[in-house]
Write a protein that binds this ligand. Structure first.
Ligand code: SF4
Ligand code: SF4
Length: 171
């Protein structure tokens, strides 16, 4: 059985070159998803999956960031807080799949769906949604979720996220 960090790296690799549109969608919105939140003084950040923080133990040239504690998905979890610019090959998985998420259904299968947290930020959600996005990107997000589900710890983080999203939907 591969180590969880290796499974995570494989999932990240699936989305190394793929983006929501075939063209640079950042031109549409000025890179809205990479802007630090002024109200929170840039402390928003992206949740890291289990073991992903191991990839951010050293400084990365051209990618200023720091890690913050965040137990949202699992105990001892971390969030990566960037300054709005990074090196593509080092982007967290959460950034690679945005504005989609890996949804684990009750029967265990995985689907790519629009992340409800993206509606406030990303214009693509309203401009055609999933159907207007690159099919290769949507498929890669689904495959990344299936890859994570090969490891119990990574799968548990996805299931926890799913539970949180489902609870919000039922409010
Ligand atoms: S907010 Fe949406 S459209 Fe803008 S850069 Fe991010 S993913 Fe692309
Ligand atoms: S790490 Fe990179 S892709 Fe992710 S929010 Fe920061 S600048 Fe954007």
């Amino acid at each position: 059985m591969p180590a969880p960090v290796d499974i995570l790296k494989e999932a990240r690799e699936l989305l190394r070159d793929l983006t929501p549109l075939k063209t640079n969608c950042g031109r549409i919105c000025g890179g809205a998803c990479c802007q630090p939140d002024p109200e929170e003084e840039g402390e928003n950040g992206m949740l890291l999956f289990p073991h992903e923080a191991e990839l951010y133990q050293n400084e990365i040239e051209g990618f200023p960031f720091h890690l913050a504690d965040d137990d949202t998905l699992y105990e001892g979890g971390k969030r990566l807080v960037c300054e709005g610019k990074c090196v593509r090959e080092h982007r967290p998985l959460a950034c690679r799949i945005f504005p989609l998420r890996m949804s684990v259904k009750a029967d265990g299968h995985v689907e790519a769906e629009i992340d409800p947290r993206a509606w406030w930020i990303c214009p693509l959600c309203e401009q055609g949604g999933l159907r207007a996005m690159s099919g290769a990107f949507v498929e890669a997000v689904k495959q990344a979720g299936e890859k994570l589900c090969e490891d119990p710890e990574l799968r548990a983080a996805l299931v926890r996220e799913q539970q949180m999203i489902d609870e919000t939907r039922h409010l």
